[in-house]
Design a protein around this ligand. Structure first.
Ligand SMILES: Nc1ncnc2c1ncn2[C@@H]1O[C@H](COP(=O)(O)OP(=O)(O)OP(=O)(O)O)[C@@H](O)[C@H]1O
Ligand SMILES: [Mg+2]
Length: 145
């Protein structure tokens, strides 16, 4: 899908957030300023999160309270470490969103929804949804219709 501005990306995140059941894990792939955090704001809106979702430097995990808890992981500063973070214990409790999942590969479950962000130009992003596991296939179909 193509978004033409920040609001459209938030709206797309909100649409996904409305479809995600408890226990979902979403991996957001893509370069700097691709729109990963922007998209997460939309997921938060769908979950009724009132706090502002952002990416403060050096914070790996932020937990936001909504209809379900939103676990927002920014793995950028983890690189390929071997720490036992204990974060995956939260997976079943709410919705987990991971930015820079390549640095979180050791902890990612077998089934997750991949969302890829491509920078087309300053205002335009191409966003692709790739299900890993059957449980995400119908969600992706609903996103694209
Ligand atoms: N169509 C669009 N969708 C999303 N963001 C857009 C769009 N067009 C422009 N932008 C701008 O691009 C930036 C996206 O920033 P955002 O923090 O969401 O990216 P990110 O992928 O989380 O980056 P990082 O890797 O640094 O965490 C924002 O400044 C936003 O205003
Ligand atoms: Mg970000």
């Amino acid at each position: 899908m193509i978004t033409k501005n920040e609001s459209e990306t938030i709206a797309l995140g909100k649409k996904l957030g409305q479809l995600l059941p408890k226990g979902s894990v979403v991996a957001l792939e893509g370069d700097l300023a691709g729109g990963k955090t922007t998209f997460t704001k939309g997921i938060g809106e769908a979950l009724g999160v009132k706090q502002v979702i952002n990416s403060p430097t050096f914070t790996i995990l932020k937990i936001y309270n909504g209809r379900l808890p939103l676990y927002h992981i920014d793995a950028y500063r983890l690189e390929n470490n071997d720490y036992d973070l204990g974060i995956s214990e939260y997976e079943e409790e709410g919705i987990m969103v991971v930015e820079w999942p390549k640095y979180y590969a050791n902890y990612l479950p077998a089934e997750y929804l991949e969302v890829r962000f491509e920078y087309i130009d300053d205002d335009t992003r191409e966003i692709n949804f790739i299900p890993h596991g059957e449980r995400y296939e119908d969600i992706v179909k609903e996103m694209t219709c």
